[in-house]
Design a protein around this ligand. Structure first.
Ligand code: AP5
Length: 187
């Protein structure tokens, strides 16, 4: 089955998905797929530059990445339900991407906005936006609304999973149990 996981930057999607990788699930990162397309076209050199590109270029590489990711039948795609660009929220999964990917399940990873704020501050590997607590809260609410919309558009369910501080394993267990129960033990 095709599972799409979304969450705002710093919520800990990638950390939770590392647990699923250890369990033998195939996980593909949408940002990686977009970055490959961006590098070939000389649009960007790092993932943190992608959301600053002109929207038309983001949409171009978003569509190209979807085509690459569509080849995987059983996969978990690590992505964003909405991307906070300088010109507003850009849908991570517009109609053309949903039509290309045909997702079976959407999972929104969420956390307390204060915990996300602290995680971003303490993560030296990345060039994260310095959003206020209120901006983080608004983006997370918008993200959930985008997730609900994608679910309504496709008829595939939306599951909300909390990634609380120090509880990465609990979040990954929840995801694994739902995927296995939907998949008849699959992947
Ligand atoms: P992406 O690769 O998804 O990068 P990101 O947005 O920065 O998200 P991360 O994966 O880095 O953050 P995370 O939430 O997974 O947090 P992490 O696990 O690192 O996307 C890159 C770019 O690609 C995007 O910015 C966008 O431009 C583009 N893109 C992607 N999909 C797109 C789409 N569909 N359309 C258009 N553009 C798209 O954790 C953060 C920190 O928290 C770490 O230090 C970690 O140790 C800590 N932490 C995590 N969980 C816990 C916990 N439970 N307790 C304590 N600490 C924790």
């Amino acid at each position: 089955m095709k599972v799409i996981i979304g969450g705002i930057p710093g919520v800990g999607k990638t950390t939770v998905l590392e647990e699923l990788l250890k369990d033998g699930f195939r996980v593909e990162n949408y940002g990686d797929a977009m970055l490959k397309e961006a590098i070939v076209r000389d649009y960007a050199k790092s993932r943190d530059e992608l959301r600053k590109l002109p929207v038309v270029k983001q949409k171009e590489i978003q569509a190209l990445a979807a085509e690459k990711l569509a080849q995987f039948k059983d996969v978990i795609i690590d992505t964003h339900f909405s991307v906070n660009t300088e010109g507003g929220y850009l849908p991570g999964l517009p109609v053309n991407v949903l039509d290309t990917l045909h997702p079976d399940l959407f999972i929104s990873i969420e956390a307390d906005p204060l915990e996300i704020f602290e995680r971003r501050k303490n993560d030296p590997r990345r060039k994260r936006d310095k959003d206020s607590l209120e901006k983080i809260r608004s983006h997370m609410e918008a993200n959930r609304e985008y997730g609900i919309t994608y679910s309504a558009m496709t008829g595939s369910p939306l599951l909300v999973v909390m990634n609380e501080n120090g509880k990465v394993k609990e979040a990954s267990f929840k995801i694994i149990s739902v995927i296995r129960s939907n998949d008849g033990g699959g992947q």
